[in-house]
Structure formats: structure tokens, C-alpha cells
Write a protein that binds this ligand. Sequence first.
Ligand SMILES: Cc1cc2nc3c(=O)[nH]c(=O)nc-3n(C[C@H](O)[C@H](O)[C@H](O)COP(=O)(O)OP(=O)(O)OC[C@H]3O[C@@H](n4cnc5c(N)ncnc54)[C@H](O)[C@@H]3O)c2cc1C
Length: 508
Amino acid sequence: MLVTSDLREREETASARWSRFHPIVTGEDYLDSLRNRDIDLYLFGELVENPVDHPIIRPSMNALKATYDLATEDPELATAESPLIGRRVNRFLHLVESAQDIVMKNRMQRRLGQITGTCFQRCAGLDTISVLHSITYEIDQKHGTSYHDRYIEFMKLAQANNIIIGAGMTDPKGDRSKRPSEQDDPDLFMHVTRRTDTGLYVTGAKAHMTGGFNSHWICVMPTMNLSETDRDYAVVGLVPADAAGLTYIYGRQSCDMRAMESGDVDKGNAKFGGQEALVVFDNVFIPWEHVLMDGEYEFAQEMVARFTAYHRASYVCKTGLGDVLIGAAATVAEYNGVENASHIKDKLVEMTHLNETIYSSAIASSYEAKPLASGIYMNDAMLANVCKQNVTRFPYELSRLAQDIAGGLMVTLPSQQDFENEVTGPLLKKYLKGRSNVPVEHRARLLRLIENMTLGRNAVGYLTESMHGAGSPQAQRIHIHRIMNIEKKKGYAKGLAGVSAHASAEKK
Ligand SMILES: Cc1cc2nc3c(=O)[nH]c(=O)nc-3n(C[C@H](O)[C@H](O)[C@H](O)COP(=O)(O)OP(=O)(O)OC[C@H]3O[C@@H](n4cnc5c(N)ncnc54)[C@H](O)[C@@H]3O)c2cc1C
């Protein structure tokens, strides 16, 4: 049990926190920034000594590194001019000032999906900084607080240092039928445990945190609407990833142990992977400069709604993964000698149709963006929710079609070691041959990629994250129901049908 004097040691100032960060320019700088951090990270029941070179963890860092590499290789797509610091910044830290900015964000997300074939983990942070712009502004307007200025100061440093911000929204939530303040264990939702002259302390956990360990800062924020009794749960704060009191517990992914094996074929996508972690906060200190909500519970619901409007359209990234999967299915069809069969062509068309349907709802949502009171733009919430609802379904159908085209070998293929064995290798190369001019290894690599995306490590990002990330399917349906304006639609119908309010009242 920590006593008050131990806790005081955690009362680090905002400037001391920032002094630990060095500006990142290249992807290699990013990897270096993750070395030698004093952080408790557990995987398989043990503290990880060197996470950056750990074979299970490194692919997730490579995926984030790609967001830095793309900024160097294609600055038009992956950087933007920031009026905050007067120079170009990584688009993942840019405050969206127009509909075109959000459209460019979507294009960049699709491109990164094509490059990595997985979740590159940086979108939730981008959508967090977008929502904080308007929410801090509106809280200040109502309560005379100074959250917005604090936020702007943070963002200037975030942009100048080119850091990664992780989004800590989802609490473990315990009994889903109870509000935060009704739970038997108060820590099942993050809450303030004490306040001092210099800041406040929070305890709780953030679940499923994408790229949690790969981030430099974590923004904690409420996960649902809150009432007056939940006031201590209405907290938004910015926490360095190595703050005292944090423990990271790494999430397992199906087939993750393949990363520990020699050879790269069976990994399917040896270079890139996603990452989720349970991040536990035990009395973590946040200086006032980094507190952006403290008790203004009435803003929690709108904050979640705006975050999800941004984030549900960010699932456009899955169309980049869809492009990879369609390409893999088409290539395997060629290797198997069936590319001209009409049903194969039709299945590839169907996959493309589903993928572009996701893209069209996301990009339409972004083109329909409007400015909020603070001046930042927000994409259309209805179309964003439709996009995410599509994403909860279509990647599953795309995966089904890819598995259909791939054939059963995708799940019965022997290991790379068997291909290399002097007895079994020649047998496999003889009996697993497809088209004669295609090396068997190429066929195996494509099949493993489809396995990786639809059943293996990257199915976490392509399928289950598509289902639950940014809210489970029902959350979108609730939102759509809330804003679908059914009365207006009834009015159109009644008008055309010649049913006036008076006439319908008479009938009663
Ligand atoms: C791969 C992945 C990455 C993620 N990344 C992040 C991240 O970076 N940051 C972050 O903050 N979160 C992240 N999330 C969390 C995500 O937002 C949640 O998974 C999602 O909100 C669902 O919450 P849950 O997982 O606790 O499921 P649950 O809330 O347990 O939902 C399970 C089912 O129960 C239903 N349900 C839940 N509550 C109720 C209720 N009160 N009444 C009726 N039905 C209910 C749901 O609709 C769903 O069908 C991620 C999730 C995944 C899977």
C-alpha cells in the first residue's frame, strides 16, 4: 500500500515530463525512443527486458514506424502544415482544419493499411486530439476553466517532438448493467483518487489499448455518459507512457508464438503486427497542466459521441488491409490456375465491392465535415457510424471469400521447417505444386498471408478490432437511431401521401 509520502515523489511537473522526450524525425528515431524506458511490461508472466527487440513485440513497433517512414517518403500525404508551430507536422498530429484535411487523413490511413496489412495503431490518438480541441473549448465556455489553453500548449510540444499518443478510453467496466459509481470495485472505471495543489491522481485501468506500450503519451478519458454521482470518473488527462504507477500487460494474439520460430514463411506477415495491452493505473499523478477535464461529467457523452464520429470513419484503414487481402486472393487464384474461372472473377468483384463500400461511407463522411465552435472540423456522424457498421461485417465476408478462393491448403500447409527437411521437403515441393512456373514457396507465402489476416495475428486488427474497436456493432445502431430523424422522414411520406396532421387526428 502506497503512503502519501511515496505518492508525493510522483508529483512531477509538466516540464520535467517533457524533458524526457527528444524530437523524433525518422522511423529509426522512433524505435530508439522506445529503448531504455523505465516501464513495467509483462508478457507470458514475466517482465520484458528489451521490448524493442522482442520478436513478438517488434512487428507492432514496425507498423508504427511506417507512419514516420511514410511522412518522409510521401510528405504530401502524411504531413500537413501546422499553424500551431508554423511548420509541417506528421498528419497523425495535425489538427483538422477543413473537410479536405479529414479526407487526406482517410487517404493516408488506407495507404498505411496497404503498406502494413495490419493495425498501425496511431489513429485512435489522432482522433483523441481532434475531439479534445472542441470539448476543452466548450467546457471552458461553460465553466470558465482553462483546459483549452492547456491542450494547445500540450499540442505544440506534441507536434514539435513528433510523439505518439495512445487513446485510453475503454475501462474494464465490470458489470455492464451498472454505472461506474455503482460497481462493487470502484477501480473498474478510472477515477480520481486525490487532488493536490499540483495535480490529481487516477486509479483504474484502460483495456485493449492499441499500441499502448508503443506510445509516448496516453490520453485517459471517460468511456461512456456519466451522471453527477460519477463526477470523479469524469477525468481527462495526459500521462507519459513511463509515468510512475503504470503497469502494462501485453495482449496475446492467435498464433503469436510463430513470431518466436525461425523462418519467416509461417508468420504470414513477418514484418508487421498490431498490439493491444491492458494498462493498469495505480495512483498515477497528472499535473494540472495535463488535466483537461475534472468533474464536468455532463460533457462525457458528447465527448464519446464526437470521438466515435472521428474514429468510426478512421476504420477506413481496413480498406487498405482489404486491398492486400483481395490482392492475395487474386494471386493465389493465379498460382492455382483458376484466375479465369467466372466465379473466381465474380468473388474478387464482390470483395472489391464490399471494400469500396466501406471506403465510400468513410470518405463521404469526411467530405461532409463541418466546423465546430472551437474551429476544428468534424466529419459527418451518420456516415461515420454507417462506415463502422459496414466494417463490423464486410471484412468477415471478405475473409470468407478469400478463404474460399485460397483452398484448404491455407490451413493444412506443413511448416517451413518441413519444406526445408531433406526427406519431406522434396515431397512437399512435388505434391504442393500449383501452376508449374510458380515456386511452391510463393504459393505457401501467399496462403500464409491470408491465414495471418483471417485467422492469425493480424485477424485481431482485420476482424475483431473491426467488430469491437470504436464500439461494438450495437453502439453504432444506437447512434444511428438517435440521429436518423425518423419524424422528418415520416413527414416526407405523409406529405406525398396526402396525410395531413388534421386528417390523421380525425381518423383517431
Ligand atoms: C483490437 C481492439 C483494439 C482496441 N483498441 C482500443 C484503444 O486503442 N483504446 C480504447 O480505449 N479502446 C480500444 N478498444 C476497445 C473497444 O472500444 C471495446 O472493445 C468496445 O467498446 C467494446 O467494449 P468491450 O470489449 O468491453 O465489450 P463489451 O462492452 O463487453 O461488449 C460485449 C457485448 O455486450 C454488449 N453490451 C455491453 N454493454 C451492454 C449493456 N449495458 N447493455 C446491453 N448490451 C451491452 C455489446 O453490445 C457487445 O455485443 C479496442 C478493442 C479491440 C478489440
